[in-house]
Design a protein around this ligand. Structure first.
Ligand code: BJW
Ligand code: ZN
Length: 227
């Protein structure tokens, strides 16, 4: 079991040039959430949703991990087996920085899900145009991401890990989306030391023992150097 569990969100990838969701220049400024991040939106206009994710997949491929991703990977290298990253991000910047224990609770841009046969498969190209599923041949591939109303991936194992960790850190997330936002309560209840590293404070900071405000590329390397 990991002694340190780190929950990350869009803010950790912001300084790699990946847009967050809820900032004034964020993704939700250009797109209605219900159009591009719900099963109903996808059913109504799959082409719009494919264009949204295909563009983001290309943006991530052109981006590089930043000092915050690298610091977390360095921590894992110094403390093998002690660090689990639970990320809401669908980019692969933690892995490209060198982290090996990364749980993508909201799915991954580098994966496709076949709605016909249920297979999940690595996918690095566009999904627009309806490519065939390599397993069953159906033109039924969707982004392997978790939309509102869908179950997040791996939640039972994550609850177990959070309930047993000694340190629970939250980095670069607004805390607006459950169940990710409720993990800090599980950690605090179980007696873990909790920290928030974010650009802005959350509305409710009561569950955090430490709050460090600032850009992740500055705060995260300084923070992990203490452990
Ligand atoms: C920096 C920085 C820098 C900036 N340095 N910091 C009422 C009605 C219907 C549903 C619900 C409801 N109430 C609750 C729900 C549940 C719902 C939910 O939470 N809704 C809320 C909106 C209220 N949740 C769900 O539906 C989840 N599923 C679920 O509950 O399932 C139940 C179930 C069980 C069993 C069977 C079936 C169902 C699923 C949630 C899925 C969320 N999906 C998305 C899209 C994923 C794919 C994609 O990427 O497109 O996930 S939405 C979007 O938000 C994405 C993100 O991962 C997620 C969180 O965003 P994040 O990372 O916090 O980004 P921002 O932009 O909000 O914040 C960035 C932060 O970084 C800010 O604070 C900045 O200050 C900071 N920052 N630069 C440090 N440089
Ligand atoms: Zn299939």
């Amino acid at each position: 079991m990991a002694r340190i569990v780190v929950l990350t969100g869009a803010g950790i990838s912001a300084e790699s040039g990946i847009r967050t969701f809820r900032a004034v220049d964020g993704l939700w400024e250009d797109h209605r959430i219900e159009d591009v991040a719900t099963p109903e939106g996808y059913a109504a206009d799959p082409a719009l949703v494919h264009a949204f994710y295909d563009e983001r997949r290309r943006a991530v491929a052109a981006a590089e991990p930043n000092a915050a991703h690298l610091a977390l990977a360095g921590l894992e290298a110094r403390r093998p087996g002690d660090v689990l990253i639970v990320t809401q991000n669908i980019d692969d910047l933690h892995e490209r920085a060198g982290s090996t224990r990364v749980s993508h609770i909201h799915g991954e841009l580098g994966s496709a899900l076949c709605e016909a046969c249920g297979e999940r498969m690595p996918w690095h190209g566009d999904l627009a145009g309806g490519p065939r599923c390599p397993s069953c041949g159906a033109r039924a591939l969707r982004p392997d991401v978790v939309w509102f109303g869908e179950a997040v991936y791996g939640l039972d194992d994550i609850f177990d890990a959070v309930a047993l960790c000694e340190q629970f850190w939250v980095i670069g997330t607004s805390g607006a989306v459950t169940p990710a936002a409720s993990l800090v309560a599980v950690a605090a209840e179980a007696g873990a030391r909790t920290a928030l590293l974010n650009l802005d404070a959350h509305d409710d900071l009561r569950l955090f023992d430490d709050v460090v405000l600032g850009p992740a590329t500055v705060t995260v390397p300084e923070w992990v150097a203490r452990f």
